[in-house]
Design a protein around this ligand. Structure first.
Ligand code: ASP
Length: 328
């Protein structure tokens, strides 16, 4: 009898929370990288689309919690109050970090609620404007001729730029040819690249398209298996696959997460809003302009996204263990 009463009370509390969510308290979208970068860009566009999707009443704020390849921001959300007001926007690092960091204070599989996938974003291999090379072939020749003198920027161990750089350098068989320089995100790394303090980087098109178009950086190749023939600017760059790195195929995905224990009714409200936001023509237009593809199929279902991240985590762990290089 007492047990039933307690259950009834808990059900009433959950119902009341769903009724009042989101209330007046802002919903924080934590970005585990620096402001102004590609993950930040996705989160800011999504915040606006989700605000509209929730009838304009919800107040979304983007919070940058950079460091340790995204794991500091992940830890913050994993430990936040599970009330729907602390969410995480993250990319493939969600699946890379568990393999790279052996002493995490959180568990990617059990400390998060998975809300769904947001988009897929290709990457571009770019260099500082002062590099003499203008084509991918020249770029490779320049690297070989200057082995040991060059550096490559990334957003910390476990970031997308780190993964891409590693994959590319191992195919180039030139891991020793350059020094890696970590930043808190690829926005500060981009400043260093434009300023000529670092030589090259691999980054999401959501961050590089504008810089390439403005001529502030040089682009040499895209990381997808097929050319980006539908994009007005990026269609002109070869794939690494076509440049001799057969099978090279790297696309970055982003997803939305909440702390474990967020009430199911609140999760449903957030997932419903996410699905509407991803169909918002303005959001789609902005993302497509930056080379991203917005996901609107069943990958936005929480269970499907969780299964996908679990499979990606296992796949990346095998590659990381084989390389034997860890972040801690
Ligand atoms: N593009 C970054 C990365 O390499 C993250 C960021 O700054 O958004 O993971």
């Amino acid at each position: 009898m007492k047990k039933l009463f307690v259950l009834a009370l808990a059900a009433t509390a959950i119902f009341a929370q769903a009724q009042t969510f989101p209330g007046t308290k802002p919903i924080s979208l934590a970005v585990p990288f620096a402001p102004g970068g590609p993950t930040d860009r996705v989160a800011r566009d999504l915040a606006e689309a989700m605000r509209k999707a929730m009838g304009g009443s919800a107040n979304f704020v983007v919070e940058n919690v950079a460091g340790a390849g995204g794991s500091i921001g992940m830890a913050k959300v994993a430990k936040a109050a599970p009330d729907g007001h602390s969410l995480l926007v993250h990319h493939i690092g969600m699946a890379a970090v568990p393999g790279l960091y052996r002493k995490l204070t959180f568990n990617v599989a059990t400390d998060f609620e998975y809300l769904g996938m947001i988009n897929e974003v290709p990457m571009t291999l770019i260099g500082k404007p002062q590099l003499p090379a203008n084509t991918y072939r020249d770029f490779e020749n320049y690297i070989r001729a200057n082995a040991g003198k060059l550096n490559i920027a990334h957003a910390g161990l476990g970031s997308a730029s780190h993964l891409c750089g590693l994959m590319w350098q191992s195919r180039l068989k030139a891991t020793e040819a350059m020094t890696t320089i970590p930043f808190g995100g690829t926005a500060p790394a981009m400043n260093a690249l434009v300023g000529g303090q670092v030589d090259m980087m691999c980054d999401q098109t959501t961050n590089t398209t504008g810089q390439i178009e403005a001529g502030r950086v040089k682009a040499f190749a895209v990381t997808t298996a097929k050319p980006l023939s539908g994009h007005k600017l990026l269609k002109d760059y070869p794939t690494l696959n076509d440049m001799g790195m057969k099978g090279f195929d790297l696309t970055i995905w982003h997803g939305l997460y909440a702390p474990k224990g967020t009430p199911p009714a609140v999760l449903k409200q957030l997932n419903d809003a996410l699905k509407i936001a991803l169909k918002d023509p303005e959001f789609i237009k902005r993302q497509e302009g930056l080379g991203a593809v917005v996901v609107t199929d069943n990958r936005v279902e929480p269970a499907n996204h969780k299964a996908f991240v679990t499979a990606e985590t296992a796949k990346l762990k095998i590659a990381i263990d084989a390389a034997g290089k860890y972040a801690d």
